[in-house]
Ligand binder design. Structure first.
Ligand SMILES: [Zn+2]
Length: 291
């Protein structure tokens, strides 16, 4: 079984150049010799290489429109691509799970960002969309938008004092995609529920890949300092995640859903022990709709 490493690698910097695909493999950046997509439908895609194989690729630097794999020989499409291909499914998994993808450009890739020789590591990107089109050769192609992942993601609007003595504050609006970063335990809890929302039972399935969110009952970070343990995590659909985090409803110590009409009991796997003190904390501090 191949092992896949996601994200930045030790001792490898953006801009590093490797002589050939062999060297790229040895460095651990892209562990397959030929394919452009490194990964599979279970773990997602950890790395892609841009080369000259797909004439429909668009490279704008921080934004890349990438073509999936299949139906192509000698740089020509001869049949439709399929979303069921392992590599194509892997990129959807990365999109839905918010997994970072290492991007490397080869010297043959036609773009002003490509290196003159060898293969240049270009940093981490997120897959933000997938869609299909008819390519230049007249066949269906699987398309992905990848956007450069800035090293610092600002999650909240910030206020900056303009200068000393100036009382004006300027609100900087920062729009970011809702990126949900999962901890290992969050992934385990979601898997335990098969990605089914514990409130409404909804399953979101995109091309066979399931999506759900892990909600911490007692929030992580200051000042709450909730724990990242299964006793403090539930699996929710995006709507119920936002409503829970914003305190629209709560779950009482008998695991009954309160403040949300139409739903009575939290769906609970009998191996999942939620700490009632976490529910109590959420009820006391986060649930704000106390009429
Ligand atoms: Zn739900």
């Amino acid at each position: 079984m191949a092992k896949y490493t996601f994200g930045e690698l030790d001792n490898i910097k953006e801009g590093d150049i490797f002589r050939d695909r062999e060297a790229l493999m040895k460095a651990g950046i892209h562990s397959v010799r030929q394919a452009g997509i490194n990964g599979n439908r279970n773990v997602g895609c950890c790395s892609i290489v841009l080369s000259d194989g797909y004439p429909d690729d668009i490279d704008l630097g921080n934004e890349i429109i990438y073509t999936g794999e299949g139906g192509n020989i000698n740089k020509k499409q001869f049949e439709d691509q399929s979303w069921e291909r392992n590599g194509n499914k892997a990129l959807i998994v990365s999109e839905l799970r918010g997994l970072p993808v290492r991007v490397t450009r080869g010297y043959k890739h036609k773009s002003k960002f490509s290196p003159k020789i060898g293969y240049q590591y270009a940093g981490l990107y997120l897959v933000t969309e997938h869609f299909e089109e008819i390519g230049k050769d007249g066949f269906k192609i699987c398309r992905y938008k990848l956007e450069k992942l800035e090293t610092e993601i600002i999650e909240n609007p910030i206020e900056i004092k303009l200068s000393n003595g100036n009382k004006n504050t300027k609100r900087i609006e920062v729009t970011t995609q809702r990126i949900i970063r999962d901890t290992k335990l969050a992934k385990e809890v979601k898997a335990l529920y098969n990605y089914e929302c514990q409130i409404c039972g909804m399953i979101i399935e995109v091309s066979g890949v399931r999506y759900a969110e892990a909600a911490h009952i007692k929030p992580l970070g200051k000042p709450h300092n909730g724990e990242d343990t299964p006793e403090n995590i539930i699996c929710l659909c995006p709507n119920h995640h936002v409503m829970f985090d914003k305190g629209v409803f709560y779950i009482n110590q008998e695991y009954k859903i309160k403040g949300l009409s139409g739903y009575e009991n939290l769906k609970l796997n009998n191996t999942h022990n939620i700490k009632t003190s976490n529910l109590e904390y959420h009820n006391k501090h986060i649930f704000i709709d106390k009429k």
